[in-house]
Write a protein that binds this ligand. Sequence first.
Ligand code: SAH
Length: 256
Amino acid sequence: MEHAPSATGKVYLVGAGPGDPDLLTLRAARLIMQAGLIVHDGLVSEDILAMAGPKARLVSVAKRRSRHTMPQDAINDLLVAEARAGKQVVRLKGGDPFIFGRGGEEAEACRAAGVPVEVVPGITSALGASAAAQIPLTHRANASMVSFVAGQCKGLTEQDWSGLAGKGRTLVIYMGLASAPQIAEKLIADGLSPAMPVAMIENATRKAMRVLRAPIAGLAELVVRERVKSPALIVVGEVAGEAEPDLRALALELAQ
Ligand code: SAH
């Protein structure tokens, strides 16, 4: 990485994409291979971490639902301290740093501390997963808008998702696995047809990827039956049923 010699280093907020190393940007790949210090999340795949050089120091600040190994403030402080000590810090995040990645908070912390920061975009999991599952998030026939929402249990009831799911639109839910039953209930209560197709994409672009489909009324049961594991995305909309004629038939049956 080219940088003028200076006392202060720099923080690179780098998107690692959904898992497959081939989906890294060239800039991300170069930064990872040249990095002296990589501070990464739990979502960054092993294959990508394996691209780091033998001398690189890898620090995991893995966040799991309800078990934060490092609070966000501590992560911010770590980035700032290492950069102030002159390091080029590669802060590696799953997907894109600015989509449910707290990249905004880390960039702010760097700016507030006078530490130079650069953001390198990544393929957010909604885009990686939909490509891998061949589910177009927009389609001239049946989806002219798409929304990304965060579906953690905390605060779910206060969130206003009205109008985000339904005919002609696609809703992608990140972090929605644990609260899938409440999500289905909430959407149906807001007026969504119980027959609306849903796809769950588990481990998108990784070796163990699975694409599971059901009508929204069957989402909770699907998660239990298939023992869906994190990371998983939920795609709600007509596009999620596209490739599955059986599901369309079931959806029509349910709608009657
Ligand atoms: N910044 C990340 C999102 C972080 S939030 C991005 O842009 O993708 C974490 C959520 O992302 C997970 O709960 C899951 O819903 C989703 N996710 C991340 N990687 C995934 C993958 N490989 N397959 C399916 N979902 C994934």
